[in-house]
Design a protein around this ligand. Structure first.
Ligand SMILES: *Cc1c(COP(=O)(O)O)cnc(C)c1O
Length: 464
């Protein structure tokens, strides 16, 4: 079978429906409708098999930070494939791409986060983190410190470990998740769960659930707390300002390890190299993937502090992946980081792009369907609501309205995602003000169409 972009769309869709099992998809329904086939991309724009051009408001899956079509990354991959396409790092050998990337990441990461364990993805890296924090405490003579505290509606990947750390109810409903030794506290989602509290008070209350959970479990049983600086897949949930300082206080007080899952927030998305810097938190481990290679190659990892890495180093760590530090992926990641630095992309996000997006996105708040329009760095979300004043939910099942809106957005050639009844974006960091304007105008049109649709179908009622 040849790979071609010029077969008729219907033929490609039929093959896709017959043989390709899509992740996070009801495949029968998708097969009946036909997937949209993306054939090419450049900058922030995708082209589909019918020649339509879409603005990619999601940077692929939160990963194409420097945009599509960067020749330098293709060159870096080709060069590395010719020189050394693969070698392992298990058995007393190393190679230049992996060791150079580890050193570069140690340079970029704050504090004493100086050591890198590579994985093929964010999920794998979080599996590594489970093993690593438990092994750390075992080597410290406290093997009973095994429990990891995470958050409901957090996302940490889709392996057994990653899916268990995550707090996605729909994921836990299938396949026997979570695995033992992982417990969850509530998320700092003020708009949806804050009731009559101020955001400030609510942020403190949600952070203090960590302290309550530690005391309930007994600190001698707790290994670590894991969280995303800003929840991504959960709906771009931006915590109240009071949240992270309180979490940091609790982590420090009880001496548990803090894992910041930076898979989305790393590599410039919040206007710093890492989201932990944006929130002034001091993790012992940061999970990375996605923007590390701008999605051009699958690669992830854990950036680990001196204390944990030096402790782990005392014994053989019986863990690793065939593709840990894959030379081609590492070479592409290095080139990606080089470009980001040379072009000042992170600084530009902070000083120009994110402020521009914040202002443009906030302008959507006046729309009758929008309960809140918030952003942090290059992550933004809208809460759709039938009644702004009471922050009401729709009477329909959560996600029904969100899906309607997402379909209109897709029809308007704008990729937005819906999480429940929130609409979210996380565009490439290199998006220009002109493209942000185009994105906003398509988003506004989408909201108007959705509003008309809901009115027409009698779907504007609030849940009781
Ligand atoms: C995407 C994501 C992961 C999982 O990464 P994969 O590469 O899909 O395995 C983990 N954590 C966060 C915060 C993510 O957004």
């Amino acid at each position: 079978m040849t790979l071609t972009n010029i077969a008729p769309t219907a033929e490609l869709q039929a093959l896709d429906a017959a043989h390709h099992m899509h992740p996070f998809t009801a495949n029968a329904a998708l097969g009946a409708k036909g997937a949209r086939i993306i054939t090419r991309a450049s900058g922030v724009r995708l082209t589909d098999s019918d020649g339509a051009e879409l603005i990619d408001g999601m940077a692929g899956l939160w990963c194409v930070n420097i945009g599509y079509g960067r020749e330098e990354l293709a060159e870096a991959a080709a060069r590395q494939m010719r020189e050394l396409p693969y070698y392992n790092t298990f058995f007393q050998t190393s190679h230049v791409p992996a060791l150079t990337l580890a050193a570069r990441l140690a340079e970029l990461a704050p504090g004493d986060l100086n050591h890198v364990f590579f994985a093929g993805s964010g999920s794998e890296a979080n599996d590594t983190n489970i093993r690593m924090v438990r092994q750390y405490w075992a080597l410290k003579g406290q093997p009973e410190r095994r429990t990891i505290i995470a958050r409901r509606n957090g996302y940490h990947g889709s392996t057994m470990g990653g899916g268990s750390l995550g707090g996605m109810a729909a994921m836990h409903a299938q396949g026997g998740l979570p695995i033992p030794g992982i417990v969850h506290i509530d998320q700092p989602y003020w708009w949806g769960e804050g009731g009559d509290m101020t955001p400030e008070a609510f942020g403190l209350a949600r952070a203090r659930q960590l302290e309550e959970k530690i005391l309930e479990l007994g600190v001698e049983n707790v290994a670590a707390f894991i969280a995303e600086p800003v929840q991504g897949a959960g709906g771009v949930i931006i915590p109240p300002d009071s949240y992270w300082p309180e979490i940091q206080r609790i982590v420090d007080k009880y001496g548990i390890l803090l894992i910041a899952d930076e898979v989305i927030t790393g590599f410039g998305r919040l206007g710093h190299w890492f989201g932990s810097q944006s929130y002034d938190i001091r993790p012992h481990i940061m999970t990375i993937a996605k923007g590390l290679s701008s999605g051009y190659q699958p690669i992830g990892g854990s950036i680990v502090c001196d204390e944990v890495a030096h402790t782990i180093a005392q014994d053989e760590f019986n863990h690793g992946y065939t593709y840990s530090g894959h030379p081609v992926a590492a070479a592409v990641a290095l080139e990606n980081l080089r470009i980001m630095e040379e072009e000042g992309i992170v600084a530009r996000v902070q000083s120009e792009t994110a402020p521009y997006l914040a202002k443009a996105w906030a302008s959507l708040a006046d729309h009758p369907l929008v309960g809140e329009a918030v952003s942090r760095g290059m992550m933004a979300s809208l809460a759709l609501t039938p009644d702004k004043a009471s922050r009401a939910r729709f009477a329909s099942d959560p996600g029904t309205v969100g899906f309607v809106a997402r379909e209109y957005s897709f029809g308007n050639n704008l990729v937005m995602r819906h999480v429940g009844d929130r609409l979210i974006i996380a565009p490439p960091l290199v998006i220009t003000p002109d493209d942000i304007d185009a994105l906003i105008s398509r988003a506004r049109k989408t909201l108007d169409q959705t509003h008309d649709h809901l009115r027409r179908e009698g779907m504007l009622q609030a849940a009781a």
